[in-house]
Structure formats: C-alpha cells, structure tokens
Design a protein around this ligand. Structure first.
Ligand code: PMP
Length: 403
C-alpha cells in the first residue's frame, strides 16, 4: 500500500491494528444493532427511542434557519466559543426559571453536542479507571456505554416505579462512588418517575456524601399525566443537570446542555475543547431563533397530546392482548414502557419469536450490567396508533405462545 494512503475499509488489514484497550470492554449499542434488523418496513418496531417524525416542527425550523442565514449567516458559519451561543444559554436558563422558579445562571450552562456528549465529558472529567459509579438498575444503555469507556467500577441501585430503593442506595453511597447517574423523569428504559418523596430522599442521602449527582433529564417536558416535579438537582450543591432539545425539538440538531457548578464547569469546558471545540454554531443559532420567534411551548403541548394518546393506545392494547402474568409500567410521560416477564422467561427468546411475527422491541439485558433478561422495553412515541394496536396484537400472540 502506498505510503499515506488509507486502506480500503473492505480490505482486511495484513498487519494487526494496535487499537487501545479502552474499547475492549465497551459493547456496541445493542439498540443500534437491533435497528438494523428492524429496518424491514414490514416490521412494526417498538425498539428505537425515536420521536415521531410526523411531528417535527419542520416549517417553523425552516423559518428559523432562513432567518439565521439571512441575518447572521457569516457568524453562523464561523468558529465560536466552547461554552455555547450566549442567547441560547440564556434561553435554557430562563426555561428553568419559568418552569420551576429555579435561578440558573447562564454562565453555568454548557451547550453540548447532544446530552450524550455531556455524559462523555462528565466521564472524562470525573472518572479514573476503577472509580466507583452508581446508576439505576435497569439503567440507560447509552450512559452505561459512555461511562464504560473510562473503566469505572459500576454499582447499581434497584429502581422501582416511584424511585430508587433508598436502603440499597444508602449502602451503595457508603462505598463513596464518585457519581450517581439517574434519570428521574420517565426513565429510559423503565418509564419510571421519582415521586416528590423519592426526590427528597435522594437529596437527603446525597447531602451527607461527596458523590456527584448526575441528573439526566431529556424527557421531563414530555409529561402527559400528573404534575411536573422539580429536578432532584435543584438546590443540591454537588449536582449537575443534563438536558436536551432532542425530544422536544429534533434529535438531528444534536443539541443538549449541562448545568454545572463553577469548578466542574471549567473542567467540562476544557474536556469539550479537546473533544470538538464547540457544538455547531449553525444549529445553536437556529434553535435559539426557534426559541425566540416560534412557540416551543405550543409545540411541546402538541407532543404531549400525541405521545399521551399513543401511550394510552399501547396500554389499552396491552391490557387486551398480553397474558395476565406480565407486569408493565404505565408511564406518566416520556417515550417508553417496560414489561416484566414471569420468572424464568427470557426476553431474548421472545424477541426472536417476535421478529418472525414482524414486531420488534428491545430485550432487557443491555439495560442491566449483570445481563438480567426478565423484562423488555417498548417505545410508544414513534409508531402511529393503528400500528401500535397491530404491533401489540402480534406481540401478544407471541407472548401467549411463550408464557
Ligand atoms: N439520556 C437519556 C436518558 C436518553 O434516553 C438519551 C437519548 N436516547 C440521551 C441521554 C441522549 O440524547 P441526546 O444526545 O440526543 O440529547
């Protein structure tokens, strides 16, 4: 091969590549792999975590983008500061003030390339090899993948319908993990939401520890039942809060953020400089225009209506079609519902049967560090109501064979 020429990707390398050990323990995202299987249009997929494409605000986004190009085109195409576009940071902080009366200083808001990047940066800043990390069981797969990169010592705390098992959590905190990662609103994968009491219990437990609270909240605005509850991080000194425009605007923007205390903020900025200099100026300015000139609240209200209806259709179809022995969460918001199989059954076995019947979900094992597999995740935001009914009927037929 000529010097300097990159080898064709399809050609096997003759000399083994000496890749870093870092990735040896990191699994490829199971969901991304499943999405390949479910690309078949005949398959009704409840597997992805995709928002409804029919409800992206395409026209309003188009107006915002045109205004950006017309009025600030050159700046939108230029390099920019790492911290993020200042008007966007102010708008993010203002939203916390309006929603919770929480005074977030825009100087503490770091715009990230999706909230997934915030997790990566937090891992880089917080975790040395072997450091303790506590997360929910089951837990968000993308966080497990992201943090795995830093080879931490994982520990988990059981998550029930209204929050973590506080006794177990107290025991785990005694081991002084560096951080506790949680998704208190409509958790991915379980759909569970921390009650007001659970939020306070977690704050109380963390108050006596030097464990950093990492609260990840991409779904909080998508509540269709019950009352909004303030973030666990509100009023907690040793805490960061991650947010995202992926679920309320569009994931293709790749716009998220993290609210962090001053000293941690400075380190996150350094880590972000090393990672990507800054999040694209163009999408930041488009989102900022959208927030200033379009009606995000009305759009979020529409999404709540659409997703609330889809969730209702799915819950009712499950009630009709699934064997009684299955338990399932009835989430108050978000995009996911979690089904527990009777003891001894594995969701991966059901998965293979389901694919034959042309319906897909995500088996439970990737959400557990110990590979437990007695549950599975269903997404209700992506498919239209008729497809949800049809898909649940197909899945019910598979389950009745197995259970
Ligand atoms: N956190 C959680 C809990 C998620 O479910 C997701 C998306 N699936 C993310 C973070 C990442 O979202 P994004 O990078 O698009 O903001």
């Amino acid at each position: 091969m000529a010097a300097g020429r990159v080898q064709d990707a399809a050609m096997p390398s003759t000399t083994p590549l000496r890749t870093a050990r870092r990735l040896d323990a990191v699994k490829r995202s199971y969901i991304r792999e499943i999405l390949k299987v479910t690309a078949d249009p005949e398959i009704i997929s409840f597997a992805g975590g995709l928002p409804s494409p029919d409800h992206f605000p395409v026209q309003a986004m188009d107006r915002a983008a045109r205004a950006v190009f017309a009025e600030e085109g050159a700046q939108a195409l230029q390099y920019a500061v790492t911290e993020g576009f200042p008007p966007l940071r102010r708008a993010i902080a203002a939203r916390y003030r309006t929603r919770f009366g929480w005074e977030v200083n825009p100087e503490n808001v770091l715009v990230t390339t999706g909230s997934q990047q915030a997790l990566d940066l937090l891992g880089k800043v917080m975790l040395d090899e072997g450091d303790g990390l506590l997360l929910e069981r089951p837990g968000y797969l993308g966080a497990i993948q992201s943090f795995s990169m830093f080879a931490p010592r994982f520990a988990t705390v059981g998550l029930g319908d209204t929050g973590p098992d506080t006794a177990e959590m107290a025991g785990r905190l005694a081991e002084r993990p560096k951080l506790f990662y949680c998704v208190p609103n409509f958790q991915n994968p379980s759909g569970a939401t921390y009650s007001a009491e659970a939020r306070q219990a977690v704050r109380d437990l963390l108050a006596g520890s030097d464990t950093l609270l990492v609260e990840d909240d991409p779904y909080g605005e998508l509540r269709f039942l019950g009352e909004d509850l303030p973030p666990v991080a509100q009023g907690v000194e040793n805490a960061v809060l991650c947010g995202s425009f992926s679920k309320i605007l569009a994931p293709g923007l790749r716009l998220g953020w993290v609210v962090a205390p001053d000293d941690l903020y400075a380190k996150l900025v350094t880590a972000k400089q090393a990672a990507d200099l800054h999040t694209p100026s163009l999408t930041q300015r488009i989102a900022s225009r959208f927030l200033a000139e379009e009606d995000l609240d009305a759009h979020v209200e529409t999404l709540r209506g659409v997703y609330g209806h889809r969730r209702q259709v799915m819950v009712e179809a499950i009630g009709r079609e699934f064997p009684e022995a299955l338990e399932y969460t009835e989430p108050e918001g978000g995009m996911f519902l979690w089904c527990r199989l009777p003891d001894g059954l594995r969701s991966e076995d059901v998965f293979h049967e389901a694919i034959r019947e042309k319906v897909a979900f995500v088996p439970g094992s990737p959400f557990y560090l110990d590979g437990s597999d007695g549950a599975f995740r269903l997404n209700f935001s992506n498919a239209a109501p008729e497809r949800i009914e049809e898909g649940i009927a197909r899945l019910g037929a598979c389950l009745r064979k197995v259970v």
